[in-house]
Design a binder for this molecule. Sequence first.
Ligand code: HEC
Length: 135
Amino acid sequence: MAAAGEVMPTCGGRWAVTVITALTLLAFSGHASAGDVDRGEALYDKHCKVCHSLIPEYHKEGPSLHGIYGKKAGTVPFFAKYVALKGADFVWDEAMLDKWLMDPKAFGRQSTKMTLAISDPQDRGDIVAYLKSMD
Ligand code: HEC
């Protein structure tokens, strides 16, 4: 019985490690942070470039996205056309960018002119990874 007493904690430990590994894998496969920057760039060129530039203070229909990751939402200098993000009080991180790209129209109190929505979570994750890499 003494032997069993020694074995039990080891088994419990291994079981815990297995569960943690499984949870980590799940978290990575379903999370935006595992984005592919090159794929994100291609998607950005296809969907976002018409309305956004990455040049500081060069605005199109939407504001310049230069260094947007980590910036306070709705505060790009000299962009006067904010609607949904006017008076926003948060900083762009992965979760908020993901939420924004999923459905910009449903985001603020007033509907934005940003008319597209990216429904594929992998696409959103890759685009966010690209924006993050452009800091
Ligand atoms: C039809 C034009 C249009 C397209 C296409 C578009 N956007 Fe926008 N975007 C806007 C406008 C307009 C705003 C300002 C939002 C507001 O306050 O109404 C904006 C705001 C943003 C912001 C917040 C900027 C800030 O100053 O806080 C981010 C981030 C953003 N867009 C990312 C993207 C990405 C990534 C894509 C491509 C997947 C994209 N946009 C496609 C027009 C567009």
